[in-house]
Design a protein around this ligand. Sequence first.
Ligand SMILES: *[C@@H]1O[C@H](CO)[C@@H](O)[C@H](O)[C@H]1NC(C)=O
Ligand SMILES: *[C@@H]1O[C@H](CO)[C@@H](O)[C@H](O)[C@H]1NC(C)=O
Ligand SMILES: *[C@@H]1O[C@H](CO)[C@@H](O)[C@H](O)[C@H]1NC(C)=O
Ligand SMILES: *[C@@H]1O[C@H](CO)[C@@H](O)[C@H](O)[C@H]1NC(C)=O
Ligand SMILES: *[C@@H]1O[C@H](CO)[C@@H](O)[C@H](O)[C@H]1NC(C)=O
Ligand SMILES: *[C@@H]1O[C@H](CO)[C@@H](O)[C@H](O)[C@H]1NC(C)=O
Length: 937
Amino acid sequence: MKHSVSVRGTILTAACVGILLTSMTYVSARAILGIDLGSLYMKVALVQRGAPLEIVTNMHSKRKTEQMILFDEGTRLYGSDASSLMARKPTKTPVAMSVMLGRDEDHPAVKILSERHFSLTPEYNETRKGLYLSIDGGKQIHTPEELTAMVLHYAEEITHQYGKEKGHTYGDITDCVLTVPSFATQTERQALLDAAELGGFRVLGLIDENTASAVNFGMDKTFEEPQIYLFYNLGGSSLQVSIIKFHSYEVPESKYSKKMKRVGSIEVLGKGWDSTLGGLAYDNRLVEYMADHFNREWRHARGHDKDIRDAPRAMTKIRLQANKVKHVLSANQEIPVHIDSLHDDLSLSMHFSRTQFEELCDDLTKRATDPIIDALASANVTLEEITAIELIGGGMRVPKVQSSLSTVLGDMELGMHINSDESMALGASFYGANISTAFRVRQVGLVDISPFAVGVTLEDLETDEEKKSGEDEDAWGKKATIFKANGKIGVKKTIAFTHDQDVHVSLDYSDPEKLPIGAKAELQRYKVSGVSAFAKEMEEKGLGKPKVSLQFELSQSGTTALIKAEAAVEETYTVEVEVEIDDEETAASFNETNEKETENKTEGSAESQNDTSKEDISEKEEEPKKKKTKLVNQEKKKTHRKSLDVEIYYVGKIQPLSKDLIEEYKLNIAELALLDKGRILLEEAKNKLESYFYSVKNKLIDDEENVAKISTEEQREELRKLSMEAEEWLFDEGDTADVETIQSKYDELATPAEMVWFRLKEMTARPAAVKALNERLVEIEEKFTNWVTNLTHITEEEKGDVFAKVENARKWLSDKVDAQAEKAAHDEPTFTSEEVPLQTKPIQKLISKLSKKPKPKPPKVEKKETEVNNTDDKSSNEGDNETVSEETFEETKEEESTSTDADEKNIDSEENETDEADKDTQSSEQPTQDDETGEEL
Ligand SMILES: *[C@@H]1O[C@H](CO)[C@@H](O)[C@H](O)[C@H]1NC(C)=O
Ligand SMILES: *[C@@H]1O[C@H](CO)[C@@H](O)[C@H](O)[C@H]1NC(C)=O
Ligand SMILES: *[C@@H]1O[C@H](CO)[C@@H](O)[C@H](O)[C@H]1NC(C)=O
Ligand SMILES: *[C@@H]1O[C@H](CO)[C@@H](O)[C@H](O)[C@H]1NC(C)=O
Ligand SMILES: *[C@@H]1O[C@H](CO)[C@@H](O)[C@H](O)[C@H]1NC(C)=O
Ligand SMILES: *[C@@H]1O[C@H](CO)[C@@H](O)[C@H](O)[C@H]1NC(C)=O
């Protein structure tokens, strides 16, 4: 969707982001997620109706979730459920899948990953043109897109769970904004978009990590004067620097208002990065050093030439230790390191000083300032123009980095006002709320840029035969940069050229050497056909060569695409038309027609500027006005247009998923989801059986005395036996049983057990119900007598019926009680406490009917008209009352079966209502329509 607000064209045409402040208004209730996949942890932020932005905590109440899935026995575990088992099941647990998106196995970030998590090394699939992981010895083969999709889907699950705890229910959560590093290439971005689609998400946009932080930082601030910030983000695996300008401008408060309001704006001016310099790089220096150290000791002790790097478990220990050393040295000068029996019964014992560490990492630290220079240069901003610096990212804990920054930044304060872990997810969800139509929000403009120039190459789309015939020396071709480096994103560009052949279009990054290490320059390829046929058609009409226009987009998510391809030929001809003269009015409408025509022609075409209106079509002449007219020759133009066929394809080692693969993977993922659900049902069935047999055992002991009253020793023995059997079964063959078998085992025990528990319950419930019914019958008799005494329209017979029914109920009850007295307590009872209250039903039905019986009309006739009108109103109200009282009768019967307390309450209110009803009976004449509804109730 388009979200530009052309308030101050120059800034806002590229993009405009409204930012939510406290005064949010919402068009509809929806939840939008901001998801920061990071490299190892996923953070999720939520925007929803009537609540501030918040970080979603996971099932373990953590604010970040491991990017990790454990594939175990056909089902999946996520987050810390997976991480707690990872050490035991490393080959079943892929991690950090988003790092592999759109990259090949030689990409430095992917390599570091395989070094750290060696159990699962990604491999390249030539057919698919992408990486895959062979999980659990090949039992599960998944691409990074699929794995990321699962993690993203888990984000939705976490959010539902989080909402439930707070009493919110969301429908399907489909809208999200995802963060990406500022140097993410189009292939990487596309792979992430594909993953999100597989995960069932509609991506509102991708946003750069630093930009998202800036949005989060700037959203609630107003900058009277423009201020330029430098965001320095040293994360776990990369360094990103952004130069960002915060300012504000005035816009009218509304379309119809001249009052102005101030709106904030965030403009990214430049970016710099080091895609492999992060906290991990520092850790690795220590790891290497410690490994070398151990190898030397090892050689010394055992006299061989082995490498500790071949021992995965030992390396894991070293890595953990290295990370600890790094953190300790940021606050201390020294740390002793000892890892007991690290490997081959040898311990690692050494000493680290901060100086030593700084020396080890000297080159890294030097690299830490280069991206600042790059970012300033790309922003065309000098250090003097920078107002403030904000540091983000866990990498800032590395000693020396901060002092090294000072050498470049001088004595400027290094601000740390931003939550490194959460600002990106929060900023992303703000952004989402702003570009979504579901939220109407206060605007803050956002302009972001793409650091990479994109070029287009045009060639003739040769057929195979032509290709075979060899290279054409003077083949047609064109090359141009369509999106320049550091240009705004969210823009469209059209190129136009005259041509009569089908065209091959290549989009590529223009400066491969400026791309991050490991990135490829190739973007899309397009075959644009239909030009040649159209050219022939035009030629036959005697017209010239077509003008081909190709429109390209650089989207808000930083991806390019050819979005429109069209060929056009303009035909000029003259016609003789009758024109009115000397009449202003007509002249005006003349001009008007003219403009309309021009407008239409201009639409959607970048080079129709020539269609200025020298020609005219005028149908006005037909108007039967007696105006003077004359005949003139006019030049007319007509544009023949043809939209062209476009076929996209890709080249290069890593390519996006095809439509077919996306469909296939969606099915795979749905199948896995079904298995997960099956596992959950199975676990529930097992838990149900397990807790049931324990409860049977316990009850037999805890409530022994009472149970004995209503069961025989034989019956109790059976329950003991059955529960014991069920327990043994569950931990033996039941372990692999399916849900149905487990359920039938449950029934086997539950059927006899429930009969005993029922009698136990009835032992007290039945006498209570008998007592309650007897009291109730007395009460009904009393109330009815009171009510009916002065009502002449109720006949004696009708009254008699009611009393007879009361007697019936009494008889039923005493018969049942007598029959039960004959029975043994361990036999099936003759009646249940539930049946008892139902005995008042026929009585109440009859009373309800009588209460609706029409009363004789009063004799007055004179005032009837108005009275009737009045009473209509009134009686409908009063009728309501009456209905309520009847309802109360009805309701009472239902309450009775559950609670005697509630019963009493109802009777109280019923008494009041009945008084009311009495008054009604005297004043109102007829039953109203409401009564009918009453009857249905
Ligand atoms: C490679 O990709 C093709 C096409 O998607 C697929 O059929 C094949 O199973 C894949 N092989 C592996 C090992 O993933
Ligand atoms: C950089 O900024 C300076 C001063 O603001 C300006 O004169 C110059 O044209 C700018 N250069 C570019 C390439 O925009
Ligand atoms: C008609 O259009 C011409 C040129 O656009 C303009 O100069 C002229 O004033 C217009 N006439 C009227 C009556 O609007
Ligand atoms: C403008 O073009 C559309 C289709 O391209 C056509 O339906 C419409 O009638 C045209 N309007 C005028 C004023 O010529
Ligand atoms: C538009 O007019 C200019 C000069 O008037 C001419 O050079 C150009 O070729 C024309 N373009 C089209 C699309 O007719
Ligand atoms: C019935 O009517 C008589 C006389 O009008 C009155 O005294 C008595 O209280 C009434 N009884 C009831 C139950 O309303």
